[in-house]
Design a protein around this ligand. Structure first.
Ligand code: FAD
Length: 107
């Protein structure tokens, strides 16, 4: 349904933008709060099959990596790629997450 797609595009924009604004050296409190956010997001995302699969993916050896901006950005990129694969879309090169979501493309 189109609203799942619209919701998805808007939500990925929010999530990747959050990683782009995540500190390079987060405090332990920031790391803990970020994990709590992701955990609650996984329970409240209003596409239930999406949320269920996202939680299973995390349980399956993909716990959020929040030790610094690059780790968190790459982790979010991997989460997004897991959905891309499931939907038969192209995988995104996670070495380029920051160029896409923080600094802007260099060409
Ligand atoms: P999107 O996948 O929405 O991507 C938007 C933009 O992000 C792209 O144009 C690209 O520039 C960039 N991008 C693409 N991949 C990456 C990446 N790996 N890292 C960084 N940037 C990237 N839809 C379903 O039908 N079933 C599901 O189970 C499902 N689960 C979802 C789970 C979550 C947590 C979220 C947030 C969304 C989910 N969606 C699901 C929605 C789906 O991921 C897409 O958002 C939707 O299909 C629209 O896709 P799109 O091709 O417009 O681009």
């Amino acid at each position: 349904p189109p609203d799942v797609e619209q919701l998805g595009r808007s939500t990925w924009t929010l999530l990747h933008s959050m990683t782009a604004n995540y500190p390079e050296r987060p405090s332990l409190t920031q790391q803990m709060e970020t994990k709590q956010f992701i955990s609650l997001f996984g329970k409240m995302y209003p596409c239930w099959v999406c949320a269920d699969d996202f939680r299973s993916w995390m349980k399956d050896g993909n716990e959020p990596r929040v030790s610094n901006r690059d780790e968190f950005g790459k982790w979010m990129c991997e989460a997004h790629n897991a959905v891309n694969v499931k939907l038969g879309k192209k995988e995104f090169d996670c070495n380029k997450w920051e160029e896409r979501w923080r600094t802007g493309w260099k060409d």
